[in-house]
Ligand binder design. Structure first.
Ligand code: S3P
Length: 174
């Protein structure tokens, strides 16, 4: 029992294409609680992420991301929130995460490059090896805010989701 209250969000963080959205959605379904994907919210309000990067640049995307994350983390009630891989670059976001249960999904470059849709990810599109470089740079930030890390490389997503639900039920909300 970690003392988390039922209003805390369960937040998925981790490197690009580690399964945050699909595993997060399955966890929310299994717990019958709402699911929020902050990248999807940015897309719904501002258009495709590739276009935001291309026309306005990464800095503008990061500001939109920080606003979407702040909003998702400040809503009341139990819910699952999935963040984009670079959301933890924001100090404000890292501070806000301290009030929530934060799940870090770790995977490896081989798994990601064999499964992920790189066209949707502007930072990988023309440079797939950037995945490992970014992970190395961001790893200290991921571990700083993570409550718990799950290794998900090569595991079917539903298996990872079940393991996470079991952990939440036995360790967090017991
Ligand atoms: C990014 C990750 C992406 C998306 C954007 C930038 C990053 O989300 O937010 O392309 O900087 O790691 P995913 O982690 O879902 O790929």
């Amino acid at each position: 029992m970690t003392g988390k209250s039922l209003s805390d969000a369960i937040v998925f963080i981790g490197p690009m294409a580690s399964g945050k959205s699909s595993i997060g959605r399955q966890v929310a379904e299994q717990l019958s609680i709402p699911f929020i994907d902050t990248d999807e919210q940015i897309i719904a309000e501002h258009g495709p992420i590739t276009e935001i990067f291309a026309t306005q640049g990464e800095a503008v995307f990061r500001r939109l991301e920080e606003m979407a994350v702040t909003k998702a983390l400040s809503q009341p009630g139990r819910r699952v929130v999935s963040l984009g891989g670079g959301a933890i670059l924001s100090e404000k976001t890292r501070a806000a995460l301290k009030n929530h249960t934060v799940i870090l999904l770790m995977t490896d470059e081989e798994t990601v490059l064999s499964r992920a849709n790189l066209d949707k990810r502007p930072l990988l599109k023309n440079d797939p090896q950037a995945w490992s470089r970014l992970l190395q740079q961001r790893l200290p930030l991921y571990t700083e805010v993570a409550t718990k890390t799950f290794e998900v490389a090569w595991l079917p997503k539903d298996v990872s989701a079940k393991k996470i639900v079991l952990w939440l039920e036995t360790e967090v909300y017991a």
